[in-house]
Design a protein around this ligand. Structure first.
Ligand code: NAD
Length: 351
């Protein structure tokens, strides 16, 4: 299949592209603006593989996006491009509205024109998979879980912009008959994640003997899914999901932030005992404004309908993730030192 993946140079996008090309044998075109969050080095394993190509483009530019559709003739679209960091959305919400809302509308419009020109088997199999987050549902009470029926209650500029994009995707299905699928996923972790997010930030700080800043009391809970489990889940939804449906993907690994950082310290103590104990580096900092207390996914629908399930054990895969960062300094060092920002279109500023 020819699959157009937006945001393919980002954290989840690159894991997905690697899976689509190497494990599934699909042809992939990545459409990516190469903002600060992109790292083309993540796709180095595909350097010699002709099954993928890069289209450097902004999803907000309809003419460029239309050209990408016309030249690549995708049989499916997996839409991941987004501004994705909650803290940045608090200081710079405009970039989030632009890319996440306007950019999604442009992608849906381009996909609709393309779909309307298809016939026969190509029209039958075409899908637009919109990739989103569980943050659109807001904060849960203790022991609660999100399901596909949970009410939308976004509380940060990031989650509000993603909620808007989810509604647009469903509206293009209802109004124009575009064969849309929506996924909402929990917090991802794994190799090649930009080191502004909790786990890679903590890994690199621990490695350099710096403070491990934990927001508030550290008891905010998140469900953690390994990025490879997420990538497999997205392919399962694309292949077997029912058109117009939403699927929640999660890792069945709810942990509070402090427990995550303590697990990370314990793994570091095993990997680098000479630098331990690492828990002494934990430092509590002022909480993020509007910090949601608990997100947790009930992925039963995806598991029952798609034959998919998360496979990774959080503490084991966390240690593997740390080992990946230890072995791949060439990937993160330029970002850490501010030498690489990927900021070609000026869509977002690096911290
Ligand atoms: P990321 O920030 O690592 O990557 C985003 C990618 O999108 C980058 O390659 C960037 O260059 C590209 N991009 C940004 N603006 C663009 C634009 N205007 N035009 C074209 N490309 C643009 O993000 P991620 O963590 O890989 O998340 C991918 C998707 O998954 C997002 O839609 C996000 O909302 C969703 N999601 C993420 C998580 C998570 O834990 N990271 C959880 C659930 C859902």
């Amino acid at each position: 299949m020819r699959i157009l993946v937006t945001g393919g140079c980002g954290f989840i996008g690159s894991a997905l592209v690697l899976h689509l090309v190497e494990d599934c044998g699909h042809d992939v075109a990545m459409l990516d603006a190469l903002t600060y969050a992109a790292n083309p080095a993540s796709l180095a394993p595909l350097a010699a593989n002709p099954r993928h190509r890069m289209i450097e483009a902004d999803i907000c530019n309809l003419a460029t996006v239309n050209t990408a559709f016309a030249e690549f003739l995708p049989q499916a679209v997996m839409h991941l491009a987004a501004e994705s960091h909650v803290d940045r959305s608090i200081t710079e919400p405009g970039a989030f509205i632009r890319t996440n809302v306007v950019g999604t509308q442009v992608m849906l419009d381009a996909a609709r024109s393309h779909y309307e020109g298809l016939s026969g088997a190509d029209r039958e199999q075409f899908r637009f998979l919109h990739v989103s987050t569980d943050e659109v549902y807001g904060s849960l009470p203790p022991d609660g879980f999100f399901t596909e029926e949970s009410r939308y209650d976004p509380r940060s500029p990031y989650s509000a912009s993603k909620a808007a994009s989810d509604h647009l995707a469903r509206a293009w299905h209802e109004t124009y008959g575009l064969p849309v699928l929506v996924t909402n996923c929990s917090n991802n972790y794994g190799p090649r994640q930009f080191p502004e997010k909790l786990i890679p930030l903590m890994i690199l700080n621990a490695l350099e003997g710096k403070a491990l800043p934990v927001y508030g009391d550290g008891l905010n809970e998140r469900d953690w899914i390994h990025v490879e489990d997420h990538a497999r889940g997205l392919v399962a939804v694309l292949e077997r999901g029912r058109i117009g449906e939403t699927y929640l993907l999660g890792g069945r690994a709810v942990r509070n932030n402090l427990a995550v950082v303590k697990a990370l310290c314990a793994a570091f103590d095993r990997l680098r005992p000479e630098a331990g104990p690492h828990q002494r580096l934990i430092s509590f900092v002022t909480d993020r404004p509007g910090h949601d207390r608990r997100y947790a996914i009930d992925p039963s629908k995806a598991e029952a309908e798609l034959g998919w399930a998360p496979t990774k054990v959080f503490e084991t895969a966390l240690e593997e993730t740390i080992a990946w960062y230890l072995a791949n300094e060439a990937w993160w060092r330029p970002i850490r030192e501010g030498r690489y920002t990927g900021e070609r279109l000026g869509l977002a500023k690096a911290a």
